[in-house]
Ligand binder design. Structure first.
Ligand SMILES: [Zn+2]
Ligand SMILES: [Zn+2]
Length: 86
């Protein structure tokens, strides 16, 4: 099984906003973030557009990052860590 370091707060992820180069904040997983107003359509279209195979997708956790400076939103795929538990 694999775990997302961002969801589990094991790693501090910081990304620069592509628009204004400000620091973007993690706003949570895409699933949670879009849950309120567009349950499935957004995510389905995201999956279709990013072109990442399903098997690779299993080990990635899509997060929404928000820029407080220019209000930009970006979805970033966080690589999950393999937990080598016996
Ligand atoms: Zn995550
Ligand atoms: Zn920005």
């Amino acid at each position: 099984m694999s775990i997302c370091p961002v969801c589990n707060q094991l790693s501090s992820t910081q990304y620069r906003c592509p628009s204004c180069l400000g620091m973007m904040e993690d706003s949570g997983r895409v699933m949670d973030y879009y849950d309120d107003y567009s349950p499935y359509t957004e995510i389905d279209s995201l999956k279709m557009e990013d072109g990442i195979p399903d098997d690779e997708k299993d080990n990635q956790c899509p997060h929404v990052f928000y820029c407080s400076q220019c209000a930009a939103e970006n979805v970033l795929l966080i690589h999950e860590w393999r937990s080598e538990s016996n």
